[in-house]
Unconditional design. Structure first.
Lengths: 137, 270
């Protein structure tokens, strides 16, 4: 074999470069998104439930509010009543002291919603019509 | 006992006569029940919200109702560079239309007084038998149990069949992103929008929702509430004791293009 030294050295370097993504990440892991929860206290359901099901919940809400005029949600976990609203700033249907919408608590859309959605490359089209909380404008 | 051929034919004949009788009776009953539909749509049970507009009280040049409606619903106002309304992109929920255009099928020869020059407030008629609902391929437009013809903007694909079907021109298409309209930058507070209500996006149709979001809170539609002359009466057309039925009972009213069989829920005192 001619130039065995050069060829083997070259192969070793090539394999090392190609497999860099595998051995380079040994012992560490890529950082996941860290959404910032602004308000203390609990959400309308448990955090784990909301994390897994908020998209289905919002989808059901928008249908029941617009099509069936059912505008109040009763929490399955806590039994409390809440407005089915993503971003309204109007008066609450439940009681005057209540938060009216998701964005009443989670007004930090960039740090809360977008943190995960950007990471997962999800682009919900809520905000083409619904208005973001003013602090983001 | 074994039937003769003669007996069998007799029984078969009687049997088929009875069968024919039942079929024709069913058809007659079915026709009777659908007759109530016919030209004038059948009255629905339950709530049917409607409006009476007293055009005699409506002040010339006044735009309070349309201003408040368009402001709380984030309706864009497109203007041409010279300041005129941009009719091609116009979005309308409630607006003024000349008398002859509001009632094109009513006789317009020798129209009394200043009626010929008068403009009336027009809006979605929230029809009893809405043609827009019938043609919508995605059921984005639908009639609620209380008679309000509503749009589910989430479902609208912007095909504009409803605009072709509506005989009143009550529907508008968003050719542009409504958030870019000049008035959206000025209305109300920071950011320009009324934040209680969403905007629409480019590519959807929109129209009057009879303030469904206000009715849910027990409020009157904004146009009715804000009219300085109290020219509009809102109420349940199916409730004999409602204010609107009292007005309808006491004064002669007309509906727009009622001959089309749409059953408009907006009545006019002219």
């Amino acid at each position: 074999m001619y130039d065995a030294g050069k060829i083997i050295t070259g192969l070793v370097i090539f394999v090392a470069v190609v497999t860099f993504p595998i051995w380079g990440s040994i012992g560490g892991s890529a950082e996941g998104p860290q959404p910032v929860v602004k308000e203390s206290g609990r959400c309308i359901e448990s955090a784990a439930y909301m994390r897994a099901n908020h998209m289905q919940m919002l989808d059901e809400w928008r249908n029941s509010v617009v099509r069936d005029n059912e505008r109040v949600y009763t929490s399955k976990t806590y039994g409390t009543k809440h407005d089915k609203s993503l971003s309204s700033t109007g008066t609450s249907l439940v009681s005057s002291g209540e938060k009216q919408s998701c964005m009443s608590c989670h007004s930090n859309k960039k740090e809360f919603c977008d943190a995960c959605h950007d990471y997962a490359s999800v682009e919900p089209y809520c905000w083409t019509c619904h208005l973001e909380p003013e602090e983001n404008i | 006992m074994e039937d003769s051929r003669r007996d069998f034919l007799k029984k078969a004949g009687v049997g088929s006569l009875v069968g024919l009788g039942v079929v024709s009776a069913v058809t007659v009953i079915a026709e009777k029940t659908s007759e109530a539909g016919g030209h004038a749509p059948a009255a629905t049970s339950g709530t049917r919200y409607g409006l009476v507009i007293d055009t005699r009280k409506c002040i010339e040049g006044c735009t309070v109702c349309s201003d408040v409606c368009h402001e709380i619903h984030n309706v864009p106002d497109y203007r041409l560079p010279n300041g005129d309304a941009d009719l091609k992109n116009e979005i309308k929920w409630i607006w003024k239309e000349p008398h002859a255009n509001v009632f094109p099928s009513k006789s317009s020869q020798f129209v009394s007084g200043n009626l010929a020059k008068k403009k009336h407030m027009v809006l979605c008629n929230h029809c009893e038998n809405p043609p827009c609902v019938r043609v919508c391929p995605t059921q984005a437009t639908f009639k609620r149990a209380d008679g309000i013809v509503l749009m589910d903007f989430h479902r609208c694909i912007g095909c504009r069949f409803c605009m072709a079907a509506c005989p009143y021109g009550s529907r508008s298409f968003n050719w542009k992103d409504p958030r870019d309209a000049d008035n959206m930058k000025v209305i109300g507070k920071k950011g320009g929008f009324d934040r209680e209500f969403p905007t629409r996006e480019r590519g959807v149709v929109e129209k009057c929702n009879l303030c469904a979001e206000r009715l849910a809170k027990g409020l009157l539609p904004a146009c009715v509430e804000k009219c300085p002359e109290k020219a509009m009466t809102f109420g349940d057309l199916n409730d004999e004791n409602s204010d609107i039925r009292k007005v309808l009972a006491s004064t002669n009213t007309i509906q727009r293009k009622s001959e089309l069989g749409t059953g408009p829920s907006v009545f006019y005192i002219v």
